[in-house]
Write a protein that binds this ligand. Structure first.
Ligand SMILES: C[S@@+](CC[C@H](N)C(=O)[O-])C[C@H]1O[C@@H](n2cnc3c(N)ncnc32)[C@H](O)[C@@H]1O
Length: 209
């Protein structure tokens, strides 16, 4: 099933299903991510708007998502929290923004749901809409090295694939160079399970086709 169908199906339950992880795991990470960004920001794969409380003061944020049902929840959260954000239905691999539109781009748990075929096109689009001196943050799940957590995550994998269309082994960094992006840092923010890639447009050139 593609992400459009998957997320339209799960939107009503998304916040509920994620609740223990949101409060037990994600919120401190979201705070850290947004403390590193300012200016004109893109929240790519904005979902139900879980990042809203953490947008930096003074920033101007646009959120895009493929799923109308997820965006509907995001609009409800926007009104509830009074968040200043422009929301739009858009596919990250073909965005309607001009080149160099954003100072900072963030994607929290988007790349784990993008197929291998869509990783490079999505990164190319992020590069295109990011200013040359901008920053792109990519937060995603990966399979841990230690045997027991790895075994447990593998037990979870079929449910995560069914419910969210997500995989734990996307290896997003392998597509960066071809997409014209440079890896600034790779760090683990939760055990060796949640990884943050900080990347920027590669000054030496556009993506290789
Ligand atoms: C796992 S959710 C993460 C939502 C949110 N970023 C968060 O941190 O809770 C992934 C989101 O990416 C969206 N998505 C999937 N494929 C997409 C695409 N090609 N373009 C834009 N959004 C997409 C889904 O609809 C979903 O809302």
């Amino acid at each position: 099933m593609n992400n459009f169908k998957t997320y339209n199906r799960i939107a009503r339950l998304y916040d509920l299903l994620d609740l223990p992880f949101e409060y037990g795991r994600y919120r401190p990470l979201r705070r850290v991510l947004f403390s590193r960004l300012s200016g004109t920001l893109l929240d790519a794969g904005v979902g139900t708007g879980r990042n809203f409380p953490f947008y930096p003061d003074g920033s101007r944020v646009t959120g895009i998502d493929l799923s109308p049902a997820m965006l509907k929840r995001a609009r409800l959260r926007k009104h509830k929290l009074g968040t200043e954000i422009d929301l739009a239905e858009m596919n990250v691999i073909k965005m309607e923004f001009a080149d160099d539109s954003f100072d900072g781009i963030i994607s929290t748990f988007l790349f784990c749901v993008l197929d291998a075929d869509h990783q490079q096109p999505a990164l190319e689009e992020l590069r295109r809409v990011c200013r040359p001196d901008g920053t792109i943050l990519i937060l995603e799940y990966v399979l841990p090295e230690s045997p027991l957590p790895r075994f447990i995550m593998k037990l979870w994998a079929p449910w995560v694939r069914f419910a969210y269309g997500a995989e734990f082994d996307r290896h997003t960094e392998q597509y960066l160079e071809a997409a014209g992006l440079e890896l600034v840092s790779k760090e683990f923010l939760y055990k060796d399970i949640i990884k943050l890639l900080t990347v920027r447009p590669d000054a030496s050139g556009r993506p290789r086709n």
